[in-house]
Design a protein around this ligand. Structure first.
Ligand code: 5FU
Length: 261
């Protein structure tokens, strides 16, 4: 078991507003479950978010998946986030030069910075991508996750690449709030405990999906891999009863956290 400090304590170790809000939210609501709501339409997403809202700390979106995305999307999600006490994470995976991501984050069809508390970026372009996103996001109190590792088979995000992500995060403690990671317990480089570790590729049955996704159980992800937030998609929204399934994942994730303290 990878031993951790409480979420309450870790809230005191970050300089990023979003990370502080998230640590405190998780502690108060007693959930470390993020749902990846990769459903077919924005309409279905809103219905799902209202139903599972009480179980989650974060609702993760892919806004370019929904054919009915419109200008009301962000405001509706923010209302649900306030109603149920969760945060919004647009999993945009920005990957361009600083100047381009400024426009992609603030403008375009989706105007992500206006409604998403959290977003993420690949570090492949170098640190300029963080500077660009920060110009837009920091004044709005947003937080950025760096993709230090991925859950998919054959990922290139490993070894020195992961170490470079750790170093880049350390240079931007005001804006970088954490990482997408799969096994931070095995990282060699030192990282601030104020940073949040979020892990996708989580399903109670383990296994994979035939397209490269690799699943670990919530218990293993929290206790062995050293993660703080479990990200669950199909395990919940494809279940016969998504609300019951979300409750089950929430309990598994929380029990694992408590036993890792
Ligand atoms: F950064 C990553 C990653 O490394 N793996 C992922 O699976 C992000 N994801 C996302 O998590 C992916 O885009 C889905 O939105 C979600 C996993 O969904 P699943 O249905 O639980 O496999």
């Amino acid at each position: 078991v990878f031993k951790r400090d409480s979420y309450e304590h870790r809230a005191t170790l970050t300089e990023n507003k979003c990370a502080k809000d998230l640590w405190n939210l998780m502690a108060r609501k007693k959930t470390n479950l993020c749902v990846a709501a990769d459903v077919g339409t924005a309409k279905e997403l809103i219905v799902l978010a209202d139903k599972i809202g009480p179980e989650i700390c974060i609702l993760k979106t892919h806004c370019d998946l929904y054919p009915d995305f419109d200008d009301a999307f962000g405001a509706t999600l923010l209302e649900l986030a306030a109603k149920h006490d969760f945060m919004i994470f647009e999993d945009r995976k920005f990957a361009d030069i600083g100047n381009t991501v400024v426009g992609q984050y603030s403008s375009g069809v989706h105007k992500i910075a206006d409604w998403s508390h959290i977003t993420n970026a690949h570090i492949v372009p170098g640190a300029g991508i963080i500077d660009g996103l920060k110009q837009v996001g920091l004044p709005k109190g947003r937080g950025l996750l760096l993709l230090a590792e991925m859950s998919s088979a054959g990922t290139m995000a490993k070894g020195q690449y992961t170490e470079d992500a750790i170093a880049m995060a350390a240079k931007h403690p005001d804006f970088v709030m954490g990482f997408i990671s799969t096994r931070p317990s095995a990282w060699k480089g030192a990282w601030s405990r104020g940073l949040v570790q979020m892990t996708p590729g989580v399903q109670l049955g383990g296994g994979g999906d035939g397209l490269g996704q690799q699943y670990n159980t919530p218990d293993r992800v929290i206790k062995e891999c050293g993660s703080d937030v479990i990200i669950v998609g199909r395990g919940i929204y494809k279940a016969a009863d998504p609300v019951a399934s979300a409750a089950e994942y929430r309990k598994a994730g929380w029990d694992a956290y408590v036993s890792a303290l």
